[in-house]
Design a protein around this ligand. Structure first.
Ligand SMILES: *Cc1c(COP(=O)(O)O)cnc(C)c1O
Length: 425
């Protein structure tokens, strides 16, 4: 489908590339060369595999969600439990991989950007594990919203630097991290948290997340006798957990792949973070991809109830997969995501991250159209403990809603059925 040579050059069709200041061209070149070399060494792969198994908790279970499945009419829904990993999300797969790479390059300092703080915590964790010093850049606004993760990073020994520029959120934190990297490139490796940024990050981060799809394939074969699902669904922020799952099934035409973006609270620019709904080709943080921007090319503000999906650009490989039509991209609203959060809590006893709840909500929309023999895999990218406050706040602000009326007499799953199908079943 895609030629290897395209990926070598750091392009995914017309997307990707290295749009960075001159000073970063050499370090990116060095990183790409080292990565290409080291990632093929058996010793590196074994060390990574051992840490992912013994420290992070791989393989994660592929769990048959029996009660969720029967609630939705019988289709067989499996959850890939990345939420059970150490630090609570898939981010650790990439953080450990890149920290090992830094060690290999003889760089004793790692830096990272973080939005909600999940990637910052994963990077601070990997740094402590390998005895590296760690600095994390975080917008002032995000630091306020995600106090607990700031404390976690500091307890892990990381320095958290407050970023006061721009909108004081993730995109400004990335700017600062890039600035630090330019200045300290000889001693420092920049651990980018998703399949974003200049080459080699999009393909490198994807490779570190591939393990999700590879395990899923093996586990499906064992548990269903068939090593592919009819439908695989994952949420798409930058796009790392989704590409990690999808990469195993891109060449399997029987698997329908759906990436779910943040639909937020409306269709207008600024009300969502759905890059394929209103985004245009542009360059952000060193890569050419689909970007939410205004008429003048200014980066748009975004909104989502889940901090991890709230970024104005999407990984360049997703831009190509969208263009090719291999992956479908949809958007789920804040309201639908919160509803799906409650559904999973009530039917399976699992609090999902609000990011992952977007994928659940999308799967629910398809479940009633699929026969009970069909297999659906949802990537549960993270656990929802971090979102408990947001969910309570969301519910409290939703006055006189359908959900509140129904809550008194019904089990949340019953409420959901009515929302989806508009009646009892
Ligand atoms: C960061 C995050 C995401 C979004 O990032 P991707 O790179 O798109 O995977 C999704 N889920 C969780 C739990 C996260 O922490």
């Amino acid at each position: 489908m895609r030629k290897k040579s395209d990926q070598r050059a750091g392009y995914f069709g017309p997307y990707g590339g290295r749009f960075v200041p001159e000073t970063l061209m050499a370090p990116l070149g060095e990183l790409a060369r080292t990565y290409d070399q080291v990632s093929r060494q058996r010793k590196f792969q074994r060390r990574l595999k051992d840490l992912l198994r013994d420290y992070a908790g791989r393989p994660t279970p592929l769990y048959f969600a029996d009660r969720l499945s029967s609630t939705l009419g019988g289709v067989r829904i499996f959850l890939k439990r990345e939420d059970l990993l150490h630090t609570g999300a898939h981010k650790i797969n990439n953080a450990i991989g890149q920290a090992l790479l830094a060690e290999h390059m003889g760089k004793g300092r790692i830096i990272a950007e973080t939005g909600a703080g999940q990637h910052g915590v994963a990077t601070a964790t990997a740094a402590a594990l390998l005895g590296q010093s760690c600095t994390v850049y975080m917008g002032e606004e995000d630091m306020r919203r995600q106090r607990l993760n700031v404390d976690r990073m500091r307890l892990l020994g990381a320095e958290v630097v407050q970023v006061d520029a721009g909108s004081r959120t993730l995109k400004d934190a990335i700017n600062e991290a890039l600035r630090d990297w330019v200045t300290n490139v000889r001693t420092t490796h920049y651990v980018l948290g998703s399949v974003l940024g200049p080459d080699p990050y999009p393909r490198m981060v994807r490779d570190f997340q591939r393990v999700i799809g590879q395990e899923t394939r093996r586990q499906l074969r064992k548990q269903t006798g068939q090593d592919w699902p009819h439908l695989a669904v994952a949420c798409v922020g930058g796009g790392s957990n989704s590409i990690g799952l999808f990469s195993a099934f891109l060449e399997e035409p029987r698997t329908r792949l759906i990436g779910v973006e943040a639909g937020g609270i409306g269709e207008e620019l600024g009300e969502h973070a759905a890059r394929f709904r209103g985004g245009r080709t542009g360059v952000l943080h060193g890569t050419r991809t689909m970007v939410l921007q205004d008429r003048h090319g200014q980066i748009a503000t975004t909104h989502s109830v889940s901090a991890g999906l709230d970024y104005p650009a999407i990984g360049p490989e997703h831009a190509l997969l969208h263009e090719q039509g291999r992956v479908e991209y949809t958007a789920v609203t804040d309201a639908e995501a919160v509803e799906a959060f409650h559904l999973l809590a009530a039917t399976e006893g699992i609090l999902p991250a609000l990011e992952s709840a977007h994928a659940i909500a999308e799967a629910v929309k398809h479940a009633c159209h699929l026969s009970s023999k069909k297999v659906v895999v949802i990537n549960l990218s993270g656990r929802g403990d971090k979102d408990v406050e947001s969910v309570l706040e969301y519910d409290a602000n939703k006055s006189g809603s359908k959900r509140d009326e129904a809550k008194a007499s019904r089990h949340p799953a019953e409420t959901w059925k009515n929302v989806v199908w508009g009646g009892d079943r």
